[in-house]
Design a protein around this ligand. Structure first.
Ligand SMILES: Cc1ncc(COP(=O)(O)O)c(C=O)c1O
Length: 594
């Protein structure tokens, strides 16, 4: 049976009343002004003609009725409703999540003129309805979902008690959390400020334009020359939006090889040739690599490969690269092969904003980033693009294949973000980003970023002093890559043991000197613990813990393979874990109390 929803229709043979939250004593007939459903005649089954009498939905939900829905079917028992239901068939179903009861009257009685006033009489009062909304709408999480609440509390404790060394993680402030968990999640606002597909966006427009303004300001950009899109849900989607906006399927891109420290969203293949990210599925990606001896990007080889491959987009920026990027050299290479130069500054955007790293905006055409790493905002992505008049001799003049002397990234990128790849922006995220960017503009944030870098250097020299091998021999930013192969460990095993000792870091592949790759190292970053107030001397202690974890890993491995169950009760691991937790829990935690 096909049903189509209509507004009031006196001739309708189905009428529907939503169940009310309170329980009236009697059901009444639905009046003519109720929402109604009509049978779609084109969908009627001729073998089952629709009865010539009206169908009526029962409005209220009595206890008996609820019981009936969960078990018995058909006619309800007890109460004077029985009288009302005599001579009627009762059918139950759900609509808009509400349990409904359909009554098909078998007699010919029509709707009485008094039905409207009867309905008024059983309608719940405003106070009752308010209470009903509050009962599902205003419960705190611990009441609404104690199971989930319990798990979330455990995660809180894990974050507080451990040493967090994942280079791409950070701890956001309370204000960012408040915005993320706010009413802004309720609003649909597809489109851009001033040009939305929905009404009611005057405040959302204000939030997004404020966010634009702050984003440009923190990177010292002039709105005449740079535009920004703050809607991408992540940096992977931001990068893909750039490719989608500027390229055709099969066009060529070139980024740092994943084993060399590049990100999968720049195009990635497994050693057996499997295409991993959409960037490599829909576009032709060809990587450049680090020099296996030095661990640094080999710019001469990069140039050679780029001139052979002629990518339309050349990408600088990566996930695990501890050294400075030579943007001027990238620009030269991009110009030589007429490529657009994209920088993915996800890892180092905070350092760039604080002028602790070289500035890609001086040389690149498009810059993308995550917003949740060193930038210390909510999880998401952002895209900056050049706008206005193109400078002469920039590669993209010829690359774009038109005589236009104006950049045309803005429209292409914005259209790729929405509607090509995304729907409505996450306004709670955009507000939270605006808050984070306000912080980024402060001298305190600049001091924080300076400390992040000093801490990374302190940790690097503490490890080097203990004869550890770091890829490239050190760091220029917030992260270091520890080659564990001389210690006869793999990144996977070491990561596991560290996790058991409540130290969180992640395994990485290391480029072997002969060009082979193996998961022989770990990546360690300082932004998260610096957000908790750690200084260089604290990272000396962290180095001691890391070395102790190496000893333990070697010891437990001497007794054969790593057995997780055995490790859980290992005395050395438990002892180190206690020391780590005692150390970590002395520091403040941004965002929440514990
Ligand atoms: C350089 C770089 N780009 C992109 C990403 C992916 O970011 P997201 O998780 O927001 O998609 C990362 C994540 O670590 C990254 O390091």
């Amino acid at each position: 049976m096909g049903l189509s929803s209509t507004s009031t229709n006196p001739q309708s043979n189905l009428s529907l009343g939503l169940p009310s939250p309170t329980v009236p004593s009697r059901r009444t007939q639905i009046a003519d002004d109720s929402i109604s459903l009509q049978l779609d005649s084109s969908l009627r089954d001729p073998s089952h003609p629709v009865p010539p009498f009206p169908l009526q939905l029962l409005e209220p939900h009595t206890e008996n009725h609820n019981r009936n829905l969960s078990g018995e079917t058909g006619k309800e028992s007890g109460s004077d409703d029985d009288d009302d239901d005599e001579g009627r068939e009762v059918e139950e179903f759900r609509i808009l999540g509400h349990s409904m009861c359909l009554k098909r009257r078998k007699d010919n009685d029509s709707l009485s003129s008094s039905s409207s006033s009867k309905r008024m009489a059983v309608e719940p009062g405003l106070e009752g309805r308010k209470a009903a909304v509050r009962s599902w709408g205003n419960q705190p999480l611990c009441v609404a979902d104690p199971d989930l609440f319990g798990i979330m509390e455990q995660e809180k404790r894990r974050q507080f008690m451990g040493i967090e060394l994942i280079a791409s993680e950070n701890f956001v402030c309370r204000a960012v959390m408040e915005a993320l968990g706010s009413h802004l999640t309720n609003k649909y606002s597809e489109g851009m400020p001033g040009a939305r597909y929905y009404g009611g966006n005057q405040f959302i427009d204000e939030i997004e334009t404020l966010c634009w303004k702050r984003a440009l300001e923190v990177f010292g950009l002039d709105a005449e020359s740079w535009g920004v899109n703050v809607q991408p849900y992540s940096c992977t989607s931001a990068n893909f939006a750039v490719f989608t906006g500027l390229l055709l399927p099969g066009d060529r891109i070139m980024g740092l090889d994943t084993p060399s420290g590049g990100n999968t969203s720049h195009g990635c293949y497994t050693p057996n040739g499997r295409k991993v990210s959409c960037a490599s599925i829909f576009f032709e990606s060809f990587p450049y690599k680090v020099n296996p001896q030095t661990g640094c990007i080999d710019y001469d080889k990069l140039e050679e490969r780029a001139l052979d491959f002629r990518p339309k987009i050349l990408i600088c920026g990566g996930s695990s690269y501890p050294r400075e990027w030579d943007y001027a050299r990238f620009r030269q290479i991009a110009d030589k092969c007429c490529a657009v130069l994209l920088c993915d500054m996800a890892q180092i955007s905070g350092l760039i904003a604080a002028k602790e790293c070289a500035n890609p905006f001086d040389y690149c055409d498009i810059v993308t980033s995550t917003t949740h790493k060193s930038l210390r905002g909510p999880r998401g992505g952002i895209i900056f693009y050049r706008r206005g008049t193109k400078p002469k001799k920039r590669g993209m003049l010829s690359n774009q294949g038109d005589d236009n002397d104006q950049y045309d990234f803005e429209e292409k990128i914005n259209f790729a973000v929405f509607p090509s790849l995304q729907g409505g922006p996450h306004n709670n995220h955009i507000a939270a980003l605006a808050i984070a960017l306000k912080q980024v503009a402060t001298p305190e944030y600049k001091a924080y970023m300076h400390q992040v870098k000093k801490n990374a250097q302190a940790l690097a020299s503490a490890l080097l002093r203990r004869n550890c091998r770091l890829v490239t021999g050190g760091t220029d930013n917030h992260l270091l890559l520890w080659d564990l192969r001389p210690l006869r460990l793999t990144g996977k095993i070491y990561e596991k043991v560290c996790e058991m000792c409540h130290i969180t870091l992640n395994k990485i592949t290391i480029y072997g000197e002969n060009g082979t790759i193996c998961p022989g190292g770990v990546r360690i970053g300082t932004p998260a613990m610096t957000s908790r107030g750690c200084l260089e001397s604290d990272f000396e202690t962290v180095a001691d813990f890391l070395l102790r974890a190496v000893q333990i890993t070697n010891m437990v491995r001497e007794h054969g393979k790593l057995q997780l169950k055995v490790l859980q009760n290992n005395k050395d691991i438990l002892e180190l874990r206690t020391q780590v937790e005692t150390f970590a829990s002395q520091f403040a935690m941004p965002g929440f109390d514990i």
